[in-house]
Ligand binder design. Structure first.
Ligand code: NAD
Length: 331
């Protein structure tokens, strides 16, 4: 099976173009980009790819394409899947897949009716440091995980994100760490409690929370603390600490350490695992495309993606009502 695709949005979407073009029998035949300056640049860079300006132009490519990759602004994701599901069944959609519970409900109906195959780019899963952890941890011995999304790019809040009615730092940042923890331990949290502040962005036009802390509780009692830190004076980084009964793993800007204890003495081993491992991150899109070609099951599943959205919506609801929320899942 040959895959011909269109990518919408050429920010992170440029990475989708690279990832798609790196798979055999797969090519990007068009890029849809609404910014005129970027379009001129794209025309020079990709001589063999058609450059279009509006997602409605994709209808004219209907007979040529069988995959659409959406990397536009958050609030466009659902609208574009909805309208383009008239001509295509396979979608890659950047996180967050949707921005409201109402959109999620409607999307589930469309996916069922039209048998869409949707995949979301949770690319941190392909970072080899996280893959090492997934192999090494003993799930039922973990009692605490701390994971921080240190964005270090506060200026990003003042671009298109400022204008998005339903933008939240949970949907923009925490979602990655929530997903990585769920994926590491193969579980979903039972409840979530969120607190936040706006101290760093108080004098800016960004009126939403720019720092969030989430407390997640899992079925066996495990407690996870996740922060989304837009204003951190810190390089873009994903800190993680995993505390197990008999060992501790810590990764931060300085070190990756595996700590254990033997005969009452600490053994501190320095690790050198690939992180941020950006080149490897395109593998998730490559796996999706190969699963489509071989008609194999897609991972992460659409149901998981919906449940990830449920966790994020519960987090934002908790922030609003200042209470812990029991998360309702789709079965
Ligand atoms: N998975 C990740 O790690 C990751 C990283 C960054 C961004 N994202 C997500 O990707 C999406 C885009 O973010 P970004 O950082 O690339 O933003 P960006 O501003 O860098 O790039 C977005 C591009 O899309 C274009 N665009 C927007 N809406 C469009 C539309 N309707 N039609 C055509 N072109 C359109 C813009 O002109 C811009 O060039 C967001 O949903 C964001 O949450 C995901």
């Amino acid at each position: 099976m040959k895959i011909n695709s269109v990518v919408i949005g050429a920010g992170i979407g440029a990475k989708h173009v690279d990832a798609l073009n790196s798979v055999s029998n797969t090519r990007v035949i068009a890029i849809c980009e609404k910014d005129n300056i970027k379009r001129n640049y794209l025309k020079k860079k990709y001589k063999k790819i058609q450059i279009i300006s509006n997602h409605k132009d994709i209808f004219s490519l209907k007979k040529k394409i069988n995959l659409i990759s959406i990397a536009s602004y958050d609030s466009d994701h659902f609208k574009q899947i909805k309208i383009l599901s008239k001509i295509c069944k396979n979608f890659i959609v950047e996180k967050p897949m949707v921005t409201t519970p109402k959109e999620l409900k409607e999307l589930r109906k469309i996916v069922k009716k039209k048998k869409l195959k949707i995949f979301s780019n949770l690319a941190l899963r392909e970072v080899r440091m996280f893959q090492y952890l997934k192999k090494k941890i003993i799930k039922n011995q973990i009692y605490n995980i701390d994971a921080d999304y240190l964005w270090g790019r506060v200026q990003k809040l003042f671009g298109w994100r400022l204008k998005e009615k339903n933008y939240s730092l949970t949907l923009g940042a925490s979602i990655h760490m929530i997903d990585i923890v769920n994926w590491l331990i193969d579980e979903l949290p039972v409840s979530i409690f969120t607190k936040g502040n706006k101290i760093v962005t108080k004098k800016s036009k960004f009126k939403k929370f720019s720092f969030l802390t989430h407390l997640l509780q899992y079925k066996n009692g495990l407690i996870v603390k996740i922060t989304a830190n837009a204003g951190a004076v810190h390089p873009h980084f994903h800190n993680i600490k995993i505390f197990e009964k008999n060992k501790t793993f810590i990764s931060n800007l300085n070190n990756q350490l595996l700590i254990s204890k033997s005969r009452n003495k600490f053994k501190i081993k320095k690790l050198n695992l690939p992180y941020p491992d950006k080149k490897n991150r395109k593998k998730l899109i490559q796996f999706y495309v190969n699963s489509l070609k071989k008609k194999k099951a897609i991972s992460p599943t659409f149901n998981y993606l919906c449940n990830l959205m449920q966790i994020c919506f519960s987090a934002d609801q908790s922030l609003k009502i200042k209470k812990e929320i029991k998360i309702k899942y789709f079965r």
